[in-house]
Design a protein around this ligand. Structure first.
Ligand code: PLP
Length: 421
């Protein structure tokens, strides 16, 4: 029994799938205490979009620490926060024609979601919020109330109320527009559904199995929410910060949400930082009405400001488009060659493979780990293999990872599994 098994709670999760003790990391690679190198196609569930310890960001952080730049200020003004707000406005919001107020909640994603839900309820005076099937928004009670996963919901130990679940795009099959149902529920006074305060949506459900909402569906959702005065919250915690190839995942659809939540890759370095972007007219918070001790961590502001460098030109964005096409092509090719029934879906550098045989994804993930590749599964039954490489990964590293997936796929396809698939 190791230290972790002996002392750490049974609640520990990812370490069970990737049982190495990690010591250092650079770019797309992680090194364990035995000196073994692992290629990272998981990236801390989307925290490390720019790879591990990127040099430019690290240098900015080191310089800040070395000059005794202030680390903690609660939510008092700091030079680091000012530089981030100015930089984010100049590099991200203004060029996209967006105008939002910044709220820094506690530093995790679920904190941003809680703040967004509270504010939507306050602004509208309504109680109900709508989430979608297979959604994932975090583990605190409000976020959990709009999360789909029954196992995680049961962990709450109390009823998760004032929330309703609607079918996500594609949930009723390709031929049904699930928003027909949602809209009927809203307009029909006999539906039994109250007009909600907010709808919270992921444009690509990452934890839920890499389910992609179409641009048309998102535009219609924006239209419906607008017409009924419902606050539209886009939870861009996992697929924002460039994961889909644009800084915000909703850019492609051309919609403007009322509230956007960001966290995971926002600091660009794996330091905890969360942000709620609020349409100015909806910023109806009273001073201190939602607070927290770690609201904006100065070293994370410094790294987040340095990370904006990736968005001053289109080099990263273009490389994501290129690498995304490479991944899709290679996955299609290996599935065809191996005669496996599966669907490949995703946007940018979040790609999922859903196998007809649901246990295959977990077997492949395990086989990949044995061969030096960290790759996770997603979906309610872990039936989807989820590729989440860093956006900055080199093309030969990307190909190397895809080689490992192909070898692993071949290895786990025993004749019996091949038949079932
Ligand atoms: C990870 C995630 C969260 C929760 O973030 P935490 O930092 O784990 O609290 C919320 N929404 C989405 C879409 C996520 O992927």
């Amino acid at each position: 029994m190791n230290t972790f098994e002996e002392h750490e709670s049974e609640v520990r999760g990812y370490c069970r799938n990737f049982p190495a003790v990690f010591a250092s990391a650079k770019g797309a690679w992680m090194t364990d205490t035995k000196g073994r190198r692992h290629l990272d196609f998981f990236c801390g569930a989307g925290v490390l979009n720019y790879g591990h310890n990127p040099d430019k960001i690290k240098q900015a952080l080191m310089a800040y620490l070395m000059r005794d730049g202030i680390t903690h200020t609660l939510d008092m003004y700091s030079e680091a926060k000012e530089a981030f707000i100015r930089g984010f406005n100049e590099v991200i919001l203004q060029p996209r024609g967006l105008s939002y107020k910044f709220q820094f909640p506690g530093p995790t994603g679920t904190n941003a979601v809680e703040a967004a839900l509270k504010l939507a309820r306050k602004v509208t005076g309504r109680e109900q919020v709508v989430g979608f099937t297979n959604a994932f928004h975090g583990m605190t009670l409000g976020a959990l109330s709009v999360t789909g996963n029954g196992f995680k919901r049961a962990g709450a130990g109390v009823p998760l109320s004032h929330a309703a679940s609607m079918p996500f795009d594609g949930y009723m099959g390709a031929d049904t527009d699930t928003l027909d149902f949602f809209e009927s529920m809203l307009v029909d006074n006999g539906s039994g559904m109250d007009i909600p305060a907010a709808v919270i949506v992921e444009t690509v459900q990452a934890e839920g199995g890499v389910n992609v909402a179409s641009a048309a569906w998102l535009r219609r959702l924006r239209d419906i929410t607008q017409r009924h005065g419902i606050v539209l919250i886009v939870d861009d915690i996992q697929v924002g910060c460039g994961r889909t190839g644009r800084f915000f995942s909703f850019e492609e659809a051309g919609i403007v949400p009322d509230i956007v939540t960001l966290s995971k890759s926002l600091s660009g370095y794996g330091l905890p930082l969360a942000l709620v972007l609020i349409k100015p007219e909806m910023d109806q918070w009273a001073p201190g009405e939602h607070n927290g001790t770690f609201r904006g961590h100065c070293p994370a502001f410094v790294t987040a400001t340095a990370a904006l460098g990736y968005w001053r030109n289109t080099l990263l964005q273009d490389s994501v488009d290129r690498k995304s096409a490479m991944v899709e092509e290679r996955l299609d090719q290996m599935l065809r060659q191996q005669g496996v029934t599966a669907t490949v879906r995703g946007r940018g550098l979040i790609q999922g493979v859903e196998f007809a045989e649901p246990t295959l994804a977990a077997h492949i993930s395990k086989a990949c780990f044995e061969r030096g590749l960290i790759i996770e599964t997603a979906g309610i039954d872990d039936q989807v293999l989820k590729l989440l490489p860093s956006l900055t990964i080199k093309e030969d590293e990307l190909m190397h990872g895809l080689d490992i997936i192909e070898t692993s796929l071949r290895a786990v396809l025993s004749p019996a599994l091949r038949k079932a698939a």
